[in-house]
Design a protein around this ligand. Structure first.
Ligand SMILES: [Zn+2]
Length: 425
């Protein structure tokens, strides 16, 4: 039977497909096994499962083993990959074909992460390829030096470019007692701007919390049923523009909206169970972080970000707006330098850079102060090549949305509502 199918597939694929095409139910079964496997791996790696809102029946029924079952998990990945190949060799539906391909790509990331949990370390580029499906472009020091000169021309005063930038930025730190009001105002504005384009589920909601002791500045924990818990880290000074960035990135139209659109369109309407699991170290994060960052520009295009900061947020924060125009021009130039974090992470992971050199790059070319530079290094130590999702992911999402032409919100919604693979090709 097996041999007959293989011959059929190779020689008479079209004819065979008419009579042998597998059903959606076959792929649903593989998808359930994919989720079950992901949840089992998550027992051993607390960062593996970022969100899960699928059925309880797929959660591990037995307690985790004392030793990480690396090879059992790798075999399960392999078995599922074979089932997906077999499925697609007979399948005739384009939709199911792409769905199977998407699960297969996610499984490649499972294998990469399983090996990392077992202690294996790869080069930065190999790791990002295995986990997120892409290799981010390389930029040398000369590239960043050249961009730095543009800021040199803009910023007044004496001292290094980085020192002059910090002196300007220090006027725009949100007072601690105003953080909550400023963030709530920023989130309300990004929500309103998103609702002008999307009909979100009527019962969607989020909670907002302030935390400390984290390596990130904000986090969206998606809970299912169209709800999120958004956490803001108040360890270090928060600059005014970060309120807009974090609001749009974590909530509207960023992570909260992305997760809701997937839940509504794929899980609730189509019953695609695989989407109820969000494995953090997977190509899904390339789209999640890239779209969350693109969402800032989408919700606050052109001058709207500075106008909103100047006219709404700064008054709410009790901040003097003198120099705000120059500050936001400097921020726009600095954003071109955001690939510096990739180079630092690549250097640290590949051991071509030590912490001192990493700090120098982050301060000199990333225009971080010492506090934020140290935070970046602690983020890299925990999340490795994940950093590429923010900048290279943004570039890929921007290219995707803008290559579609027409209304950017519509193309963005399509990206956020489907299983799409962005591979930079
Ligand atoms: Zn994010």
């Amino acid at each position: 039977m097996l041999r007959l199918i293989i011959v059929c597939t190779v020689l008479f694929a079209t004819a065979c497909r008419e009579t042998k095409s597998p059903a959606k139910a076959d792929l649903d079964k593989i998808a359930s096994d994919y989720v079950r496997l992901g949840l089992s791996i998550g027992e051993y790696d607390p960062d593996f499962v970022d969100a899960y809102y699928g059925p309880d029946s797929l959660k591990p029924a037995i307690a985790k083993a004392t030793v990480f079952p690396r090879y059992i998990f790798l075999k399960e990945v392999n078995d599922l990959q074979h089932k997906l190949s077999a499925f697609n060799s007979l399948n005739t539906s384009d939709t199911l074909y792409l769905r199977a391909k998407w699960i297969s790509r996610q499984l490649e990331a499972f294998a990469g992460r399983i090996n990392m949990i077992a202690g294996e370390r790869k080069s930065f580029d190999t790791e990002s390829k295995e986990l997120f499906g892409v290799v981010a472009p390389h930029y040398d020091e000369a590239y960043f030096k050249k961009l730095e000169t543009q800021l040199d021309d803009l910023l007044p005063g004496s001292g290094s470019v980085s020192e002059r930038f910090q002196a300007l930025a220090n006027h725009f730190i949100i007072p601690k007692d105003k953080i909550d009001t400023v963030f709530k105002t920023a989130i309300a504005a990004s929500r309103k701007r998103t609702l002008a384009h999307y009909a979100l589920p009527a019962d969607e909601h989020f909670t907002l919390e302030y935390v400390t002791g984290k390596s990130w500045s904000g986090y969206n924990w998606y809970k299912g049923n169209y709800s999120s818990n958004i956490q803001i880290n108040t360890d270090i000074d928060i600059f005014i523009e970060r309120a807009i960035d974090v609001a749009a990135h974590e909530s509207y139209p960023g992570h909260h909206v992305y997760n809701m659109l997937l839940e509504e369109n794929l899980y609730r309407k189509k019953g695609w169970v695989e989407i109820s699991l969000y494995p953090l170290f997977s190509p899904q994060s390339l789209i999640a972080e890239g779209s969350a960052n693109y969402g800032i520009e989408l919700a606050f295009p052109g001058n709207e970000k500075i106008e909103f900061a100047k006219n709404v947020l700064m008054p709410v924060a009790g901040m003097d707006t003198t120099g705000a125009g120059m500050y936001f021009r400097a921020l726009a130039l600095r954003s071109k330098l955001n690939f510096v974090r990739n180079e630092v992470a690549r250097g640290l992971l590949d051991k071509t850079m030590d912490d001192t050199e990493a700090m120098r790059w982050l301060i000199e070319y990333g225009f971080n102060n010492k506090e934020t530079a140290a935070k970046s290094i602690s983020f890299i130590n925990k999340y490795g090549s994940y950093v590429i999702n923010y900048n290279y992911g943004l570039e890929l999402v921007k290219n995707y949305v803008e290559s579609k032409g027409g209304n950017r919100w519509d193309a963005f919604a399509a990206l956020l509502s489907n299983e799409i693979i962005l591979d930079g090709k």
